[in-house]
Design a protein around this ligand. Structure first.
Ligand code: GAP
Length: 436
């Protein structure tokens, strides 16, 4: 794809998101706040469906994972122990002329401003954590941080969860929640922002089983993206080289997605070794080791982490689903994640058709998110639903009045079948794959 086509597609997707209520710029009436976005009526449904499928895959379909919801603000020593205070930094330099700030690398030779060619200052480390104060007095001892990853809330609760659930290794703890990073170069819509949501799972294992579990989680997580309907050809794994590894990992893979702006990370899968639990044991003075009754051994477990971004997954689903056809724009979202599952229309606004259609709407509503529409031609109503990704539409027409049948139209093929009104629920449940 040429560069212009790329930005064209992103511009069209951003515009569709705003126009149809997927995603709005944050604080728009005040000219917006850079890199912050609000999910509108459709966006919030899509997001909840994605998170729901992740939660189900982790904590319901597997018997070895518990859930957790830890607080965003944590004791400041957590970040000392985790290494984020020291190591979670970007190297930056300022332009002495235009004052713009840039990310640089240790070995970078060209130290001139990419914007104006001016001289750059010495590079310095800039910590990406947002800092604030707890309580009414702003002094050194009251500094706390907004968490840059949800993982630490899991580590500090490792023994709590293990004890109450009476878990033996291997087992996992899953969590979905907000994380914050003062990114230097946010951008590409919701791809890189300063406030975002993560779906993280920490799997506690014996040291000699860590490698095997890393392999197994790599495969399992790739499979999960396929179940979201993302094309296999748009997903790949990338193994970190030694200098790409985060400070806590001995081995890491990224699941990457082919976005319109190129291959980019969707999820990180890391072997975090015994780094985090050892550090928290040392810094808190609390023993976070695990006692294995069979071998009578006490040790610090290794951790295999799967760390996915909710917003990036949502953007991957949207960009993967977006298609332009001759006379329509269509979001080919998987029915499981589509915000609205069924559109229900009377062909015309007379002859009792609206009343029958509204009855069908009432019957379907407890099972699915549905949308009733009687405004403008039925062709336009189909197009409106295609553009937001609604997989099925049910239409009441003159034949309904004669034999109680309706049409069910499928979004991608546009094929319509006829079925009896009392068959609609079962058919829709089967097609959509469960009641979500
Ligand atoms: N606990 C490990 C961890 O946080 P990471 O690779 O830094 O690892 C994991 O982040 C995932 O979180 C990324 O793959 C991405 O999906 C998401 N993510 C990270 N930074 C983000 C940002 N600034 N905006 C949106 N999503 C982000």
């Amino acid at each position: 794809m040429k560069r212009n086509d790329v930005s064209d597609v992103m511009v069209k997707i951003v515009s569709l998101c705003k126009r149809r209520g997927y995603i709005f710029q944050s604080s728009e009436i005040y000219d917006g706040l850079a890199s912050c976005w609000d999910y509108g009526p459709l966006g919030v449904e899509l997001k909840r469906n994605i998170k729901g499928l992740w939660w189900r895959a982790m904590t319901q379909l597997r018997s070895d994972i518990e859930g957790l919801d830890a607080s965003i603000m944590m004791h400041p020593n957590v970040w000392e122990a985790s290494g984020h205070l020291k190591g979670f930094t970007d190297l930056l330099a300022d332009c002495k002329d235009c004052k713009h700030r840039f990310k640089v690398t240790e070995t970078q030779e060209n130290r001139t401003c990419p914007d104006c060619g001016g001289e750059l200052t010495e590079a310095r480390h800039f910590n990406l954590m947002f800092k604030t104060h707890m309580g009414p007095v702003e002094k050194k001892g009251t500094i706390i941080y907004l968490r840059p990853e949800t993982a630490q809330g899991i580590y500090v609760n490792f023994l709590n969860v293990q004890a109450v659930s009476r878990r033996k290794l291997p087992f996992g703890i899953a969590q979905i929640g907000k994380a914050f990073r003062n990114e230097i170069t946010p951008g590409n819509f919701i791809f890189r922002t300063r406030e975002f949501e993560q779906m993280e799972m920490q799997y506690f294992v014996k040291k000699n089983e860590a490698e095997e579990w890393l392999e197994s989680w790599k495969e399992e997580r790739m499979r999960w993206y396929h179940t979201l309907g993302i094309k296999a050809s748009a997903l790949r794994l990338h193994k970190h080289t030694q200098d790409e590894l985060p400070h806590y990992a001995s081995c890491a893979y990224d699941i990457e997605h082919k976005f319109p702006f190129g291959w980019q990370e969707l999820e990180g899968i890391h072997n975090r070794t015994d780094y985090d639990l050892t550090r928290h044991s040392k810094h808190s003075g609390k023993d976070l080791s695990y006692f294995e009754t069979e071998s009578k051994e006490r040790f610090i477990p290794y951790i295999i982490e799967t760390s996915a971004g909710v917003d990036r997954t949502l953007l991957a689903c949207l960009t993967d689903a977006y298609a332009e056809e001759e006379d329509r724009v269509v979001l080919r979202l998987s029915p499981q994640i589509a915000p609205i599952k069924v559109g229900i229309f009377p062909l015309v606004k007379r002859d009792g058709m609206p009343e029958i259609a509204q009855k069908i709407e009432e019957t379907l509503r407890p099972h699915f998110k549905v949308f009733y529409d009687e405004v403008s031609s039925v062709g336009r109503r189909y197009r409106r639903q295609d553009e937001i990704g609604t997989p099925y539409c049910v239409t009441v027409d003159s034949e309904t009045l004669k034999n109680n049948t309706v049409t069910l139209r499928e979004r991608d093929s546009m094929i319509q079948i006829r079925l009896r009104i009392n068959e609609v629920i079962e058919k829709a449940k089967k097609l959509i794959g469960g009641e979500i």
